[in-house]
Design a protein around this ligand. Structure first.
Ligand code: UDP
Length: 238
């Protein structure tokens, strides 16, 4: 008999880039379908799943600001980009029969529900996947911070960061074959060594709320459910 999942309720953070597949920009429907399948397997294993999607595959506020735009305006555009990704993800999930609700931090009544914490909890209890869109709703933040914030609000047992690599390495494993993967790291190690896990405010918020951050590759088949069963390769920051 296999052990049950390690965590009862998780928040999965996906960067916008995780949805663009091999493309250089935008949303790749095949990648969205594959990630949706991973999420549905986790839900079938009895895990309550919340998702925060980034927007970097479409627009980043910093980039707009670097080109002369007002930073806040550019950040609002970035937040709108996350709503597009959230709708794509919802579509991918619902097409395989997974009930999903998108809750946006920027009210957008025609396309999503507004973010209301208690409503989000209720959706999770009913077995629905909840996708949090529009980040924190505030400029000058990132979706990493939004993920840490929502994970705390939802009392999640872990914040899962699905990336292109299977954990945190001493150096970039793509360019340095000597780089080794950490199994475990402390929050302060990440902050002091400026390791590229999540931004500093997300790490601090997770530390204050004692929520472990699990970094794993979302690209390997069954990666999410394996990791939840304690089988996959990952780095745990806690
Ligand atoms: N953003 C923001 N406030 C938030 C979350 C996101 O202003 O709370 C904007 C910001 O401009 C950011 C963009 O949305 O660049 C896309 O989010 P992010 O860069 O975090 O996406 P990812 O890197 O995860 O794809």
């Amino acid at each position: 008999m296999s052990a049950g999942p390690k965590y009862k309720r998780v928040l999965l953070k996906l960067s916008g880039e995780a949805l663009m597949g091999d493309g250089a920009f935008g949303i790749d429907p095949n990648t969205v379908s594959r990630v949706a399948k991973e999420i549905s397997l986790a839900r079938d294993a009895g895990v309550e799943v919340c998702v925060v999607v980034g927007g970097g595959n479409i627009f980043r506020g910093m980039k707009g600001a670097a080109q002369g735009m007002d930073r806040s305006t550019a950040d609002y555009m970035g937040m709108l980009a996350t709503v597009m990704n959230a709708l794509a993800m919802q579509n991918g999930l619902e097409s395989i029969g997974v009930d999903t609700r998108v809750l946006s931090a920027i009210p957008m009544a025609s396309v999503s529900e507004p973010y209301i914490r208690r409503r989000a909890v209720r959706h999770l209890e009913k077995g629905r996947v909840v996708i949090f869109a529009a980040g924190t709703g505030n400029p000058f933040f990132t979706t990493d911070t939004a993920a840490a914030l929502r994970a705390a609000e939802m009392n999640c047992n872990a914040l899962l960061k699905g990336t292109q690599v299977d954990g945190v390495y001493t150096d970039d494993p793509k360019t340095n074959p000597e780089a080794t993967r950490y199994d475990k790291l402390g929050y302060m190690d990440v902050l002091k060594q400026d390791l590229k896990v999540m931004d500093a405010s997300a790490i601090s918020l997770s530390r204050e709320n004692n929520i472990p951050i699990v970094v794993f590759s979302i690209h390997n088949e069954n990666a999410l459910v394996d990791m939840l069963q304690g089988k996959g390769v990952c780095t745990v920051v806690g």
